[in-house]
Design a protein around this ligand. Structure first.
Ligand SMILES: Cc1cc2nc3c(=O)[nH]c(=O)nc-3n(C[C@H](O)[C@H](O)[C@H](O)COP(=O)(O)OP(=O)(O)OC[C@H]3O[C@@H](n4cnc5c(N)ncnc54)[C@H](O)[C@@H]3O)c2cc1C
Length: 447
């Protein structure tokens, strides 16, 4: 029986604990923060995330999908809000498929509770990893409250300790490729409360987007009738967080760009100046493993920008793939399993990093662009008529388990085809005609 040390009991660490427990391994999870089920580690904020198809596949594989489904809200469409307050609803798929919104804190608590149901899982909170000896899979943790420390030996260490991973830090001392990039945009959360009677102020089945090219705001429904709003903006320059210095700047800015949101945010001023402004970082690295001893899983291996809502889903998929490889190769040669994991996942981690940056452009500019809306209509039309030949990129990422790297390549092929189609004369008038369909099919055969 293998003894597994999991560093970080966040979303990915707690799911991985369930997967490894199901294999009969003895699992010790060390988390630097207090138990979120007993302490408000999220500072009272209701930050939410979207679970997509591949996230559900991974949750199902660990037998925890039902427990999670109970705390989610289905989201079927984007709803864009223009400067005048007009809204446009764009369904995510032609067959009413949904992504699911969930509170990060509640999801973490659920997964920890599911992990703890296994007698072979031991959760240790307030333990911060300060050192890892890679060749022996030995970790040192300090206990944040008592100041004491503990040295833990195991057969394998999984680093699920997030974007600023201590485990990865140790791997960087050896032959290790690493890049870290801060994008110019920061973000700030602003909660939209429900109406006084508890009803939602906007359609809860939509992801609300206020695309303004250089910046944007989005809102995602919570179970309590409220929405978590997130404002993404450059940290400096014109239209930036830096420019909003006082209440007057804030209200002028909202009046100019998000006027329809103001009546829904009676406490905007308090929230804006109270809530933390956070940065967004992209981390790529390679390899994700060290011999048969250590593997990075989740954000520690691939921190990405949140614009596809796939960071956690990608981390959950890491867990599912790792488990599939153990199923296929057995537990006798862990080194072989970790090598195969590295081979399978690094390329996909890089692909979802690229896809996420691409979706940022789509969300902030294109959803308000008539040619983007036309492209979506044409794609929907072709998909309806030829579902075996055309699956839009968004659907591949959010509604299938197609590897991210294959989706990325197929998306590039779609771009080439659509560029030619949208260049057709009078395309606006005849987009649903036979000529367009014929052209797409010809280009598909050629591309
Ligand atoms: C604004 C925003 C919106 C997002 N929206 C989505 C979305 O809609 N869908 C989606 O799939 N993803 C989304 N993401 C990404 C998602 O939040 C991350 O991909 C996900 O949280 C990664 O999970 P993780 O467990 O790998 O890392 P984390 O959630 O960061 O968890 C790491 C854990 O390790 C602990 N830890 C850290 N260091 C140590 C240490 N030294 N010792 C012990 N423990 C340690 C931390 O306390 C934490 O609990 C979003 C991210 C942001 C910023």
């Amino acid at each position: 029986m293998k003894h597994v040390t999991i560093v970080g009991g966040g979303l990915v660490g707690s799911l991985l604990a369930v997967y490894m427990a199901r294999r009969g391994m003895v699992v010790n999870v060390y988390e630097r923060r207090p138990d979120p089920r007993e302490n408000d580690v999220y500072g009272g904020r209701s930050i939410n995330l979207v679970v997509s198809h591949r996230g559900w596949t991974a949750l199902r594989g660990a037998g925890v999908d039902q427990a999670v489904r109970e705390i989610t809200v289905p989201v079927h469409a984007r709803m864009t809000h223009d400067r005048e307050g007009h809204t446009t609803r764009l369904p995510y798929s032609i067959d009413n498929k949904a992504i699911h919104s969930v509170s990060r804190g509640e999801l973490n608590c659920r997964l920890l509770t599911e992990a703890e149901k296994w007698p072979n899982v031991h959760l240790h909170f307030d333990h911060r990893c300060v050192d890892v000896h890679l060749d022996t899979a030995t970790c040192t943790f300090t206990h944040d409250r008592s100041g004491g420390s503990v040295v833990v030996n195991g057969d394998v260490v999984f680093g699920t300790d997030g974007a600023f991973s201590a485990v990865r830090q140790e791997m960087m001392k050896g032959r290790f490729n690493f890049s870290q990039e801060y994008i110019e945009h920061d973000y700030k959360e602003i909660a939209f409360g429900p109406n006084p009677d508890g009803s939602p102020r906007m359609d809860p089945q939509c992801l609300h987007i206020w695309p303004r090219q250089k910046f944007m705001m989005m809102g995602l429904a919570n179970l309590d009738g409220g929405f978590t709003g997130t404002l993404f903006m450059p940290h400096a320059g014109e239209h930036s967080f830096e420019r909003i210095k006082d209440e007057r700047d804030l209200m002028d800015f909202f009046q100019a760009h998000f006027a329809d949101a103001i009546p829904m945010l009676p406490d905007l001023k308090e929230q804006y100046f109270r809530n933390h402004q956070s940065s967004l970082v992209i981390v790529r690295c390679d390899p994700w493993v060290h011999k048969d001893k250590v593997a990075l899983v989740g954000d520690s291996a691939h921190a990405i920008v949140p614009f596809y809502g796939e960071g956690m889903n990608a981390g959950f998929e890491d867990c599912r793939v790792l488990n599939d490889l153990f199923d296929r190769m057995g537990e006798g040669d862990v080194g072989r399993v970790l090598d195969a994991y590295n081979e399978a996942r690094v390329v996909n981690g890089n692909a979802i990093a690229d896809l996420s940056l691409r979706n940022f452009v789509e969300m902030r500019d294109l959803v308000a662009d008539p040619s983007f809306i036309l492209r979506k209509k044409i794609e929907g039309h072709i998909q309806r008529r030829h579902p075996d030949k055309w699956l839009p990129l968004y659907s591949q990422v959010k509604f299938t388990d197609i590897p991210y790297v294959d989706a990325w390549n197929e998306g590039l092929r779609h771009d080439r085809i659509m560029e030619e189609v949208l260049a057709m004369p009078n395309i606006e008038e005849q987009w649903d005609g036979e000529a367009v369909e014929k052209m797409v099919l010809t280009l598909l055969d050629r591309a």
